[in-house]
Every structure is written in C-alpha cells, then in structure tokens.
Design a protein around this ligand. Structure first.
Ligand code: PLP
Length: 499
C-alpha cells in the first residue's frame, strides 16, 4: 500500500471533501450594540483563501478524529526508550494555565512579574540541588540545545585560559546520537570510544585517547544501553588528569533522582530534559526545556540571562527582589526571552509536589520496573548486556529460528496489541535493537500485559511470521513504505491532486 492511499484512509472523509460553498461555523451573536470596527485596509486583504468551508461540527469531528488516530501516553503504554514517556500529571497543566503565568508577556518589566521570576529562581536552585551543581540556566529549549550550551561553555573555558590545542571531544559509542552531533556543531573533532563486553567504556581506549588535545568528554549516564558505567569515577579522573572537562548528558536522570548527584561524581556540566524527567508533554515536537547545570569552573560562562536575587529581602518575612542577570563571561543567549517558561512552571509543579523523597521514589520505581521487564523478557529475547539496568534496557529483536523477523516487525506487531513500539535500531551498537523504557508511572498489571504481548509476538514470529511482516493490522494506517514516506512528505490534509 502506498502512503497516499494510506493517508486517504486516515482522514475519512477529508475535511476538504466536506467543504461546501458558503457553509460556515455559525456562531449566533446578538446584534451589535457598539460601533462596527473599521474594515481592514485593502492591501491586507486577499482575493481568495483556499480553506475548506465547513460547519463547526465538521471541524470538531475532524480534529477529534485526528487526535484519536495518534497514540499518546494518556491512551496507552508507551515504552519508547530514552524518551521517558511517563504520565504527565494534569495538575502541571492547571498551574501552567494559571492566568498569572499564562498571560505574562516576556517583555514586561521584571518588577511586574516577580512571581514568575521567583518560580524560575527556585527551579534553578532545585536543579542545582538535584544535580549537586553550583549554577543553572533555564535558557536551552531542549536537551540537544543544552548539550550545545555545555560544549560551548567548555570551549570558552579552555579558550580563556589560552589552552587552544584542545580540539577533540571524546564520545563513547553508547552515547545518545545528539552527543557527537553537538560536539561537531561546536567545532570539535569527535573521537569515538568503544564499549567493553559489559557495555561500559573501554578504559584502555580511553587512556590511549586522553591527551592534551582533549577538550572534554560527553557521556550519557546511564548510557543508551541502559547501564550505569561501573568505572564512572575512574573515567572522570582520567579525563580531568589530561586537562579535559566532563559533560554528562542528563536526559536519563529518571534513573538517578535522589540517588546520584553528577556534581558530586565530578562532572563539570550537564543538561536536564525537563520534558522527560520532570514530566511535561513531549513527542510531536515540543516545546521542551533543557536547562544546563555547572560547577564552579563553568559558572561565569552560563548562557543567560539567568534569574538572580538583585536585592535581598528587607525583612525576614518579605520577598527579595528578583531580576535577570547575564553571567560575567556568558556564552550568550540561546533562546529568545527566557526559555520555554510554560515548561518551567510544569517542572516546578512536579518537583514541588513530589519533594525530595518523592523524586527518589520515582527513580527507584523506574529502575525497578525496567529490571522487572528485563528479567521477565530475558527468557524469550536476547538481552545483550544482561545486568542490572537503570530506567531502560536493550533487547535484540531477532531470533535464530525465525531468521527473517526483524526488530521492526516486532515493533509494528506491538501496535496491534495497543502498545507504542520501543525505540528501534538504537543504540547502534546492538543488532536489531529495541530500547525499552517502561517508566515508573506504569502498574505491574500494565507491565505484565506488555510482557505477555512480547511473549505472544515471539511465538507468532515462529508460527505465523507473515502476521508480523504485514503488521500493524488494527491501525488506521498499515505498514507504510518508510523510505517513500520520508522522501515524499505529505504534510497537508489534502491529497496531492492527481496529475
Ligand atoms: C532525548 C535525549 C536527548 C535530546 O533531547 P531533546 O530534548 O530531544 O533535544 C539527548 N540525550 C539523550 C540521552 C536523550 O534521551
């Protein structure tokens, strides 16, 4: 089936097909009792605007139907590895929509937005506390932008010291793909470090690469194999001894809250993904938030502006005055205004409601859930690094006795069981990888249903492999030609006219 016919099936009938000249969404308004506004000047008017003419009910049905075609965390299990698709508590949405927050204008004077600045200040403080770092900027709009901020800070640090020989960033092959991409964007040469047979960084390779041309190392903790490197302190020491700085990709902090503080381990800089760990909706394009946290060495270079207390509280019970300040040697702005403030409100709410003990419980349950599923699936699937994992783990989606089944077939078949596929073909160092992250939000019953589905699929792979090859069967769109779909994007709800 081509994507075109598949797409026609999704939106049936297409909103353009419902269009009838003159039909509109009628809203009955009382007669005007105020003067009519001036009509728009002619130069702002168009002769025609090719939009469907439909009723309000048509519009409501169109969008509701579209929303139901999507899988969402509010609809079903979503074990998409590395993405932390946990439940997004609705109270986070309530606070983000409070008019005092939602209706702020980013250019209004800080004196008129002290509550918002207090919230950002507190969030910066909490993110420092959770990471064991000394300073934090909420500017970056996503994890990948936080990474860029971190590497630019490392570069500024070396440059200021006149240490210009350092042109390399070390990146293990178990790192998230954004890590080498970030290093390259910041102008560095990436040196890839292999993993050893346990999935940890190969220390001999690290020692051989660590010299005075190394600006730093970017490491994902736990790695994309889901494992916490057993030699992390040794790794940090080797890199520091050669004069490099340590960057921790903290997108996987869901495994570490209240358990490990990266700053105490010796990391110099890290980023968070508020939209993962602190539960704001993501998938489908954001917005996200990727704050960076640093130790003393990098404090002056933080991207800004950040929120600071600009005048202490006059009396013990009164509030201090908050303002935006630019750190002394800041790498500059990364984002218009002050980052994605709505995400700050959501993350603040989430952290405030859970408290220190609650956050620790989150990570403990996330790790417990991942290990439970890992152990229960290891009888049926190959788990290449079968050891205690963090919040996620990797399976091989292939079987010796069903050679033409691939990870993609398993993922597509999972959709028929009402489950979102895991992350496919990532990390790259595992053949036919399926990266599974259950998160702490899921009950044992849901995990058991997932395990049962995975077991059933493993049996189908041997007995009725064509069921997997042609899956999904219950979705509005069945198996698409992904190469064709990527090369011929159809982004409009109208089919291209038949030529
Ligand atoms: C998601 C993720 C990133 C990138 O974060 P974005 O917000 O998508 O830019 C980086 N590293 C890891 C380990 C991740 O899981």
């Amino acid at each position: 089936m081509t994507t075109h016919t598949a797409q026609a099936k999704i939106i049936e009938p297409l909103i353009y097909e419902l269009s009838a000249s003159g039909r509109k969404a009628e809203t009955l308004m009382p007669k005007l009792d105020v003067p009519e506004a001036e009509p728009l000047p002619n130069n702002l008017l168009r002769d025609s605007l090719d939009l469907p003419e439909v009723s309000e009910l048509d519009v409501v049905r169109h969008f509701l139907r579209l929303s139901q075609l999507n899988h969402a965390i509010d609809k079903g299990f979503y074990p998409l590895g590395s993405c932390t698709m946990k439940y997004n508590p609705k109270i986070d949405e309530d606070t983000a929509r409070l008019p005092g927050f939602a209706n702020l204008h980013p250019l209004q004077p800080p004196e008129t937005a002290q509550g918002a600045l207090a919230l950002m200040y507190k969030l910066q403080e909490w993110l420092c506390e959770i990471s064991g770092m000394k300073g934090c900027s909420l500017q970056p709009a996503a994890g990948a932008q936080g990474e860029l901020a971190g590497i630019l800070m490392i570069r500024a640090y070396h440059q200021e010291r006149g240490d210009v020989k350092r042109t390399k960033i070390l990146v293990p092959d178990s790192a998230h793909g954004t890590n080498p991409a970030t290093s390259t964007m910041a102008g560095y040469t990436v040196v890839t470090l292999p993993s050893d047979e346990r999935g940890d960084v190969d220390l001999n390779a690290l020692r051989a690469a660590a010299d005075d041309t190394v600006a730093g190392m970017m490491i994902t903790v736990p790695s994309t194999l889901g494992v916490f490197d057993e030699n992390i302190k040794e790794i940090i020491k080797i890199v520091h001894d050669c004069g490099g700085l340590m960057y921790m990709d903290g997108a996987n902090m869901n495994a570490l809250l209240g358990v490990v503080k990266p700053g105490e381990l010796g990391f110099d800089v890290m980023h968070y993904n508020l939209h993962k760990t602190f539960s704001t909706p993501h998938g489908g394009g954001g917005p996200g938030s990727g704050p960076v946290a640093v130790n003393e060495k990098l404090l002056p270079y933080l991207p800004g502006p950040i929120v600071a207390i600009v005048e202490q509280a006059p009396e013990p019970d009164s509030a201090p005055r908050y303002g935006f300040v630019m750190p002394a040697k800041s790498i500059g702005r990364l984002k218009a205004f002050h980052g994605n403030f709505g995400m700050h409100v959501r993350a603040y709410t989430y952290i405030a409601l859970h408290g220190a003990e609650g956050l620790k419980a989150i990570s403990r349950h996330a790790v417990l859930n991942a290990n439970y599923v890992r152990v229960r699936l290891a009888d049926t699937y190959k788990v290449p690094y079968n050891r205690m994992c963090g919040h996620e783990f990797v399976l091989e989606g292939r079987f010796a006795d069903a050679p033409d089944i691939r990870a993609l077939d398993i993922s597509k078949r999972l959709m028929d069981y009402g489950i979102h596929p895991p992350t496919n073909y990532f990390p790259l160092i595992v053949h036919e990888a399926l990266l599974i992250e259950p998160t702490e939000s899921e009950s044992k019953e849901t995990l058991d249903r997932f395990i049962a589905a995975m077991h059933a699929i493993a049996q189908e792979a041997r007995e009725t492999p064509e069921l997997l090859h042609s899956a999904p069967h219950t979705m509005p769109v069945s198996r698409v030609d992904e190469v064709y779909a990527a090369k011929n994007l159809v982004l409009c709800c109208r089919l291209p006219s038949a030529e």
